[in-house]
Write a protein that binds this ligand. Structure first.
Ligand SMILES: [Fe+2]
Length: 180
């Protein structure tokens, strides 16, 4: 759809589509993180951000509608790369200490998402699309809040001890054992 950009609006539409693909990738990753962690409180954290992510996807689709444009699914190779790196590291990590890896993957993704939304909010504001900027700001605020929760959890776990007793056959081994 976009091969060469000649206007800021085209760049914006492309980046908006990338953000949509990014959120679909994030939703998949959050599901993986939730099913892999042995800690119920982290499962809850990842699942509740997955719920927010579903709303963020709807917000992004609404942005296209407000702009009178068709939803596009521009690529998001960065989130594909983050997911690949996360899966690879999870597969190499003992289940009892896997939370350190899950939280790192989650935080790295949140930081990327924050940067994407900061750019989009700025661009939407510059073109006077107030309703679009508001929806994007809402997504940005949720990403910032999620990153803070992940950082808090990582600090707490690092302080209290990363390792937990994991029952034999826990999801961490069964869901990620075949990944590279
Ligand atoms: Fe997020």
């Amino acid at each position: 759809m976009f091969e060469h950009f000649t206007t800021p609006e085209e760049i914006f539409s492309f980046k908006l589509g990338s953000a949509l693909t990014m959120e679909h990738d994030s939703l998949e990753m959050l599901g993986e993180l939730a099913s892999t962690t042995p800690r119920p409180e982290l499962r809850e954290l990842f699942n509740s951000h997955a719920e927010e992510t579903r709303q963020q996807i709807a917000n992004l689709e609404q942005c296209f509608e407000l702009l009178g444009e068709q939803v596009n699914d521009s690529p998001s190779p960065a989130t594909k790369g983050l997911a690949k790196e996360g899966k690879s590291t999870i597969s190499k990590t003992n289940s009892s200490i896997v939370d350190a890896v899950l939280l790192a993957a989650g935080l790295e993704t949140e930081h990327y998402e924050i940067a994407v939304y900061e750019t989009l909010v700025n661009a939407a504001g510059a073109r006077g699309a107030k309703d679009v900027a508001k929806l994007l700001q809402h997504n940005l605020d949720q990403e910032i809040a999620a990153s803070e929760k992940i950082k808090d959890a990582a600090k707490r776990i690092a302080h209290d001890g990363i390792a937990v007793d994991v029952p034999v056959g826990h999801a961490a081994e069964t869901t990620t054992g075949n990944l590279e």
